[in-house]
Design a protein around this ligand. Structure first.
Ligand SMILES: CC(C)(COP(=O)(O)OP(=O)(O)OC[C@H]1O[C@@H](n2cnc3c(N)ncnc32)[C@H](O)[C@@H]1OP(=O)(O)O)[C@@H](O)C(=O)NCCC(=O)NCCS
Length: 181
């Protein structure tokens, strides 16, 4: 795939929700068909497509600990999103809130063109500005996107199974912001 020449990153606005829902659902289809059962995946897709999920429900402005970004092309079309903030990591044993990149999804039509790296980097820069020193990402171990996190410099720090995900293994990645520019 050739690299996307112009990638713009901006804060999420409420009008972005339908596009975020669409890319979220298409990304789930791309990432998880064949990894979890069709039954669970189809139930998840139904929810994501028909209901405003928590991911699209929180703009940076609405919730000051959330960093919610979209990428667009030069025509203004949304091509991906990155959302996260300070929260509980759910299954990794942490007593305090930790910084989490909750979701990073690129439209499958333009995957592999540099958008994921740009969204990741901009989200990391915003996290530094908000006071983060590191953040974590959780990703199903069988999801090929784990290779992206390895490539971009994340460290694998733990693996657990997730009861909400048919007890499939989930990998926790950590990204250290100390040396990130
Ligand atoms: C993971 C994801 C966001 C990556 O975005 P992307 O736009 O395709 O990634 P980029 O094109 O910016 O790639 C950046 C680098 O990572 C590498 N890379 C991307 N995906 C990779 C993969 N699956 N395995 C190994 N390396 C990968 C690229 O080759 C590139 O390397 P380079 O800079 O040396 O050329 C995207 O694949 C995606 O949306 N996947 C589906 C949804 C998903 O599973 N999200 C994660 C849920 S936790």
């Amino acid at each position: 795939m050739t690299q996307e020449k112009q990638i713009f990153i901006r804060d999420v606005i409420p009008a972005d929700r339908p596009d975020i829902n669409r890319i979220n659902a298409d990304g789930w289809e791309y990432a998880y068909r064949g990894i979890i059962s069709d039954g669970l995946l189809d139930t998840m897709l139904e929810k994501i497509r028909n209901y405003t999920p928590r991911l699209a429900g929180k703009t940076s402005a609405e919730n000051d600990y959330k960093i919610a970004l979209v990428s667009t092309n030069s025509a203004g079309k949304i091509t991906g999103f990155a959302i996260g903030g300070l929260g509980r990591s759910q299954t990794i044993s942490e007593t305090n809130d930790v910084w989490i990149l909750d979701a990073l999804y690129v439209d499958p039509n333009v995957i592999g063109t540099g958008i994921g790296r740009k969204l990741f980097s901009e989200w990391a820069r915003r996290a530094i500005t908000a006071g983060a020193e590191k953040f974590i990402i959780r990703c199903a171990s069988a999801n090929k996107s784990c290779g992206f996190y390895d490539k971009i410099g994340c460290k694998r720090i733990a693996e657990t199974t997730d009861p909400n995900f048919e007890n499939k293994p989930v990998t926790f990645f950590e990204f250290d912001l100390k040396d990130f520019k």
